[in-house]
Design a protein around this ligand. Structure first.
Ligand code: ZN
Length: 222
């Protein structure tokens, strides 16, 4: 993502799903609230993924992580009917440069003209889904790649390694693995790419601190 919002870290009261405080409590509290803090936790969104079995491969459910449907403004993506309208060939990895909450608000703001299919919270791997996979999220800065990809944002900043948690890597890798299974995308670095690797990209995310070896190893383990 490219927008640079405020540094606000709202701290509403926690709910029953909150993990116990840890030494990294402040970060985890700020990051781990995810959408739950806003009462937006929806039911499991297997249905929100759109055509869950484009090739009759519903079997991905065994590894598919729990996601939470938090719709983006309809002004921030293009309705489509993928993979019929366009093939889904890529997964594109982003870092938000925002908190989860701020990025969520950006996706819900019709003036921002940006969105992502998914966003993974740093502290606990909570996954919000903002755009259905059949639709075209606006995240790659390249229309051709937008039409052919699923965008996954990760909460954090490219130069703040404390946000690159094991929970976030694992949740994201499970999600990417499930997407690759659904659309038969090879689990390789030519198909699972960073925003910075999109042709014409002016963005640097996910940046040099993103551990691709670790990520790809996890993706291939699920
Ligand atoms: Zn990006």
């Amino acid at each position: 993502m490219e927008a640079h919002g405020t540094e606000a870290h709202p701290t509403p009261p926690g709910g029953p799903r909150r993990p116990a405080p840890s030494p990294r409590g402040l970060l985890r509290r700020g990051a781990g609230l995810g959408a739950a803090a806003f009462g937006l936790t929806a039911a499991d969104t297997a249905s929100a993924a759109g055509p869950a079995s484009p090739a009759g491969r519903v079997g991905a459910a065994t590894t598919y992580p729990t996601t939470h449907w938090i719709p983006a403004s309809t002004a921030n993506y293009t309705v489509s009917s993928r993979p019929t309208s366009y093939p889904i060939d890529f997964v594109i990895v982003h870092i938000t440069q925002e908190t989860f909450q701020d990025a969520m608000r950006i996706f819900q703001d019709p003036a921002r003209k940006v969105s992502s299919h998914y966003m993974v919270a740093s502290a606990d791997g909570y996954i919000g889904q903002f755009v259905r996979e059949k639709d075209i999220a606006w995240h790659a800065g390249n229309w051709n790649y937008n039409t052919r990809s699923i965008g996954i944002e990760h909460e954090g900043w490219v130069d703040r390694p404390e946000y690159f948690t094991d929970a976030m890597y694992r949740a994201s890798a499970r999600l990417t693995a499930a997407i690759c299974t659904r659309y038969r995308i090879p689990r390789t670095r030519t198909r699972i790419i960073g925003h910075s690797e999109v042709p014409g990209a002016t963005h640097t995310d996910p940046g040099p601190l993103w551990d691709w070896n670790r990520y790809m190893s996890l993706v291939n383990s699920y």
